[in-house]
Design a protein around this ligand. Structure first.
Ligand SMILES: [Fe+2]
Ligand SMILES: [Fe+2]
Length: 249
């Protein structure tokens, strides 16, 4: 896809100026995206739904990103690292094709020129690596192993762990009830399938939640069950900051 230099810089200026759900002490619960929630990115054919975003020249950001069929993103370096879960379609770059269900971590210092032949939707987190987290990760979540969770009905697929920050997929059988618990380092959830619930609401597939540090809840599922992406321990954690990146950022 071609890019138009003038419109690219306009879009970038708008994006750089934006702060979205940037107060990490606030609970956020976003319903699945509607058509109007998707906004243009600097690249033709690539749209985004911003979930949270802070920073000016280089943003710490969490987004859903959608590539239209036969679209591409410009070559870029990951100054602060990039985490991706492929939600549908096939995402590709120089390292290969990454179909739905692929979990990727591209640590600080890596770069690529991604594209999609058939189109895809991604969950992307930028600039959210702890110092010293240099591991490149590729997990095919359709084939990786599930482990028993803490209560009956719960199974867990660990995706990554570093410096007290844990990321996993968690599968909830219908009618599962977890114990009341507190998240000292916060919790972030993307509902992938089914209907996830707690005492504050019900969250269908596509919902995104950010529960602040020291928040407390008692999640459960009803007749549907749920599959969720969960990250804990990262809110308030010391993450690599754009200032640390030096000339490579
Ligand atoms: Fe990237
Ligand atoms: Fe929780």
């Amino acid at each position: 896809m071609r890019q138009n230099p003038a419109s690219v810089s306009q879009v970038e200026d708008r994006v750089k100026a934006s702060r979205v759900n940037a107060d990490f002490d606030q609970r956020v619960a976003l319903a699945p995206p509607r058509a109007e929630d998707w906004v243009a990115s600097p690249m033709a054919g690539v749209t985004r739904r911003m979930l949270d975003r802070m920073g000016d020249e280089v943003a710490r950001a969490t987004s859903l990103v959608r590539y239209a069929p036969r679209s591409q993103f410009e070559r870029h370096e990951h100054g602060g690292g990039e985490e991706i879960l492929v939600l549908d379609g096939v995402f590709s770059d120089e390292t290969g094709d990454h179909p739905a269900g692929t979990y990727l971590r591209n640590p600080p210092g890596t770069g690529h020129a991604p594209f999609s032949r058939e189109g895809c939707t991604l969950f992307v987190k930028l600039w959210q690596f702890a110092r010293g987290d240099t591991q490149t990760v590729r997990v095919d979540t359709r084939r990786a192993t599930w482990h028993a969770g803490l209560v009956p009905g719960l199974t867990v697929m660990p995706l990554h762990e570093h410096a007290g920050i844990s990321t996993a997929l968690v599968k909830w059988a219908p009618g599962t009830r977890f114990t009341p618990h507190t998240h000292p380092g916060g919790e972030e959830i993307l509902v992938l399938e089914g209907l996830f619930q707690d005492e504050y609401g019900a969250y269908p597939a596509g919902s995104w939640l950010r529960n602040p540090r020291w928040s407390r809840h008692t999640p459960f599922t009803g007749s549907e069950g749920a599959l969720i992406y969960v990250k804990t321990g990262h809110l308030g954690a010391e993450l690599l900051a754009p200032d640390d990146a030096g000339s490579g950022g």
